[in-house]
Design a binder for this molecule. Structure first.
Ligand SMILES: [Zn+2]
Length: 497
């Protein structure tokens, strides 16, 4: 192939992936600098209230990097408490793996799913790791003794002491990875509520403390030869009246603010989840993420959007679901390019939003009806597909729910195995059924997976034996049932190694 054409196609594919020449050039330059990570956790902090508060340092970080509103689980996966929340941020896996369900940490699986500083120490023992927290269980229990330095600030010193210790270490030490937890925003939330002026004042104080840590980083004598990834995050949100632990949207709110060399200034992301903090820190330090670690996190520096995510700008507000906020976007029945939905066997009527497969978000779907375990759909990201016979049946209808989501025709090479992966979450009630079928070159679809019992949120991997001579494969996801439960599909990919 003439080199001119191959170069051009490379540029085209880079453009298609949304990668410009600027960030690529930055990556190449950054490779010669020493990577370092600072994670600051703001307990119980709401992103929406940062925006209301006098918080110039956090505002500057948002302007310089990415801002990602996110959400966590609720019971029965885990309550929206600090134990499960920080364990998820720090280990890079959800509560169904690290097994922290409350603030006692009993039954935790930190040996199997250790904190990210311990992962760093195991992979690169020469790197210097440091953790300091106002809430002692993090440095006493979540971070292991493999971390070089763990400090639980004496309670009399609280966030002031936590900040001064972190600033001192960043100024006079040479840490490679630092974790800091500030607690007072959560304290103000419990005492006065997230709607209060005191909560905003606590954000202002924490903002000043964040500013002093960022200034300490930038004042380092070696700063010019260093490459810092700075991440600000939270473990859970707060209600307006104060408190958390439940399943309301404000309690499930978290966020990531991150600045680093590959993160676009002023960008907003909808695909970030809390386990990504640990994965991003490891990736930034050049530590390969071993699939055997079974991480749920994905480095924010390496976004992996799927076809459904292209629908975000087309999501509509509610039609029949009056319990969902009028401004919340939303849902659509229009599939992404190359995909289709076959509703020819669907009944009529029912709740418009959920008639056949819909494309929606966690914010919109969980608001349809709380506390029916939709909050446990933690491994779907951004826009996902859902078939929800339960919500569809909340308005008069005739017939049953029978809808098939059909993928594009993926190119395959016959006579070789292919790997189908997708994220799923399936809540069952008889006679409901979920079927995954494959059709080669337009032939009769054949079932390769059937769901007739609950499946927690997880990534499925299905090996397909592609018949010799076949050149395309289409995947079908068919939900049949009625006033039963739901099925989520996301991140569908077909690959042939
Ligand atoms: Zn709290």
């Amino acid at each position: 192939m003439p080199s001119r054409i191959s170069r051009r196609s490379l540029l085209l594919s880079a453009a298609a992936a949304g990668v410009s020449a600027g960030p690529l050039a930055t990556v190449a330059r950054a490779a010669t600098r020493t990577p370092k990570v600072l994670v600051i956790g703001l307990d119980g902090c709401l992103l929406s209230r940062i925006k209301d508060a006098d918080a110039p340092n956090l505002d500057a970080l948002m302007a310089a990097g990415l801002t990602a509103p996110s959400s966590i689980y609720a019971d029965p996966l885990a309550p929206t408490l600090s134990g499960p929340g920080w364990s998820t941020v720090i280990t890079g896996v959800w509560s169904d793996k690290h097994n922290v369900k409350d603030n006692t940490f009993s039954g935790n699986k930190f040996t199997q799913y250790p904190d990210f500083l311990t992962r760093i120490e195991t992979a690169e023992p020469a790197l210097a790791t440091y953790a300091v927290s106002s809430w002692a269980p993090l440095t006493d229990t979540v971070f292991s003794s493999k971390v070089d330095t763990r400090v639980s600030t004496p309670s009399a010193e609280y966030d002031t002491g936590t900040t001064s210790r972190a600033v001192a270490r960043l100024t006079t030490g040479d840490p490679d990875a630092v974790f800091v937890q500030l607690d007072n925003i959560d304290h103000a939330g419990h005492s006065y509520g997230a709607a209060s002026q005191q909560y905003l004042d606590a954000i202002h104080t924490a903002d000043t403390q964040v500013g002093s840590m960022v200034a300490a980083v930038r004042s380092r004598a070696t700063y010019g030869s260093e490459d810092w990834l700075i991440m600000i995050t939270a473990d859970h949100g707060h209600t307006d009246a104060g408190g958390h632990g439940g399943s309301s949207a404000p309690e499930r709110q978290t966020f990531l603010i991150a600045t680093g060399p590959t993160l676009a200034a002023g960008s907003t992301r909808c695909d970030v989840k809390m386990p990504d903090v640990a994965a991003s820190a490891l990736a930034h330090l050049g530590i390969a993420l071993d699939p055997a670690w079974d991480l749920d996190g994905r480095p924010v520096q390496q976004p992996l959007p799927d076809d459904f995510d292209t629908l975000r700008g087309q999501l509509r507000t509610r039609t029949d679901e009056t319990g969902i906020g009028a401004g919340v976007q939303g849902f659509t029945h229009t599939p992404p390019a190359g995909w289709s939905v076959d509703n020819s066997a669907m009944g009529t009527g029912g709740i418009t939003e959920w008639r056949g497969w819909s494309f929606t978000t966690d914010e919109f779907w969980t608001a349809a009806q709380r506390d029916q375990q939709r909050e446990s759909n933690v491994r779907a990201r951004n826009v996902f597909a859902v078939a929800d016979g339960d919500e569809w049946s909340d308005k008069s209808l005739t017939g049953g729910f029978d809808s098939t989501l059909i993928s594009p025709a993926y190119q395959v090479t016959g006579g070789r195995a292919a790997t189908l992966t997708y994220t799923t979450y399936y809540r069952h009630e008889s006679p409901q059924k979920g079927e995954v079928l494959v059709s080669y070159d337009g032939g009769t679809p054949v079932a390769v997976k059937t769901y007739t019992a609950d499946v927690p949120s997880r990534t499925e991997t299905v090996t397909l034996q592609v018949p010799s001579g076949a050149t395309t494969a289409r995947i079908r996801f068919r939900y049949t049932g009625g006033n039963n439960w739901y099925w989520v599909i996301d991140g569908v990919r077909l690959t042939q190694p």
